[in-house]
Design a binder for this molecule. Structure first.
Ligand code: S3P
Length: 438
């Protein structure tokens, strides 16, 4: 367990300024490592996220036989092909805090001829895994869980069958898990989700030569016998950039730029909703990088007003609700979110953790089973206090941002978890002019 830390930012008098360089995208980095492991040949990945979650994935890939050479900002990963995975030493893979790693590897390992166990930290070991265990069992996988949570003990099965699956949740982790199981087993898969979740797996697999048909929120994988290696630059993570974006909007006098950030429409809905709230965000230099849309952003402090987030936008900004709640607190009127029950089963119950933290800082928040109403005020400054990220990196970073717009000290407990996704968060915020209140 990392040592517990508490931090607070000082209010920024002159605004945040400069160019933010956020780290590589977390979702894309996990996939780049796993899909390289499964490829025939050497993949070259630039800008891989060096954070606890994705390093756990990379370590697991090495344990399963991938050769990994680190060359400055570039990773060279020698794949073992779809049929060449090795049994990890003592059969155990540690996924740390990462739900993505756990669910994607569950798909890969279900199709192997060796037994393996997937486990995680205290938080991950309480998270729901039935959403992947059930459809994998439907394919013929042999998996035992701890009442639907990790550890997952996966035994070899005689061979997985093709699947047609109607997922009850919009989840890229479920989708990617089943695509990986089908690819490793050499069978077809068709999955429909209630709303389209992030499509990084589909884009990357197509880049590797797999045949997929997407229509609306249905994806069909045709039989795939091999994957070509990847050669890609990982875009900057919009989910990490989101904290500086909102910080700049709510700290008067701010003006920042962010280059080459993921602008994938299944991921970047936060930008749309903030612009609806009145945010001055310019999106320029829109292009594609290794099949992924990217863009440059300029963000200036703005007067915000509350909005209703359309339910069908929820999956496209599922990781950004903690920081949206911070923006909503300084937006005049009410910001309403519904259809976001998934927030209750993330690294923490994000509705509960953020509602509690924001109330302690003087914000009125009404909680619902599947969302919240935040009552904002454009002239609001957060009250000081001690708040807790409850083991959740994104809640910790969101609550820290509140300190930039407070006359008192906003001390956030549990900031050690920030290292799971964004180890340089404090350094990057300092480079924009924020400073810690030590
Ligand atoms: C992720 C998908 C999302 C997201 C998570 C990363 C991924 O989860 O919350 O942080 O990389 O596939 P769900 O797909 O379960 O919504």
């Amino acid at each position: 367990m990392p040592e517990a830390t508490a931090l607070s930012f000082k209010a920024v008098a002159s605004g945040l300024q400069g160019a933010l360089k956020p780290p590589g995208d977390k979702s894309i980095s996990h996939r780049a490592a796993i899909f390289s492991l499964l490829a025939d040949g050497v993949s070259e990945i630039e800008g891989f996220l060096q954070a606890e979650d994705t390093l756990a994935t990379l370590a697991a890939c090495e344990q399963l036989g991938a050769g990994v050479v680190r060359d400055n900002n570039k990773l060279k990963i020698s794949g073992v092909g779809l049929n060449g995975l090795l049994r990890p030493a003592n059969g155990l893979l540690d996924m740390g805090n990462s739900g993505t790693a756990m669910r994607l590897f569950a798909g890969v390992l279900s199709a192997q001829s060796f037994a393996a166990t997937l486990s995680g930290d205290a938080s991950l070991n309480t998270r729901p895994m039935s959403r992947v265990v059930k459809p994998l069992q439907q394919m013929g996988a042999k998996i035992q869980s701890n009442n639907g949570s990790p550890p997952l003990q996966i035994s070899p099965s005689p061979g997985l069958q093709a699947i047609e699956y109607q997922s009850p949740v919009a989840s890229a982790q479920v989708k990617s898990c089943l695509l990986l199981a089908a690819i490793c087993a050499g069978v077809t898969a068709s999955l429909t989700e209630p709303l389209l979740s992030r499509d990084h797996s589909e884009r990357m697999l197509r880049d590797q030569g797999a045949k997929l048909k997407s229509q609306g929120s249905t994806v069909k994988l045709l039989p795939t016998t091999s994957l070509q290696p990847l050669n890609m630059q990982v875009p900057a993570d919009i989910s990490s950039a989101a904290f500086a974006v909102v910080a700049s909007l709510i700290v008067p006098g701010s003006n920042i730029t962010i280059a080459n950030v993921s602008n994938n429409p299944t991921r970047a809905r936060l930008l749309d909703i903030l612009r609806q709230m009145g945010a001055e965000i310019e999106i320029t230099a829109i292009s594609e990088q290794a099949g992924e849309p990217v863009a440059d952003l300029r963000v200036r402090s703005s007067k915000l007003h509350g909005v209703d987030v359309p339910i069908d936008w929820v999956p496209g900004m599922i990781d950004e609700f903690p920081i949206l709640m911070v923006a909503a607190a300084v937006a005049s009127g009410v910001t309403r979110v519904r259809g976001a029950a998934e927030l209750r089963v993330k690294e923490s119950d994000r509705i509960a953790v953020m509602s509690k933290g924001l109330r302690q800082l003087g914000v009125r928040v009404d909680e619902y089973a599947d969302g919240f109403d935040v009552y904002g005020d454009a002239d609001f400054a957060f009250r000081g206090g001690e708040v807790d990220g409850h083991g959740d990196h994104r809640c910790a970073m969101s609550l820290l941002v509140c300190g930039l717009r407070s006359k008192q000290r906003v001390c956030v407990l549990g900031t050690e978890m920030i290292a799971t996704s964004y180890p340089d968060f404090i350094a990057d915020m300092r480079a924009l002019g924020a400073d810690l209140d030590e």
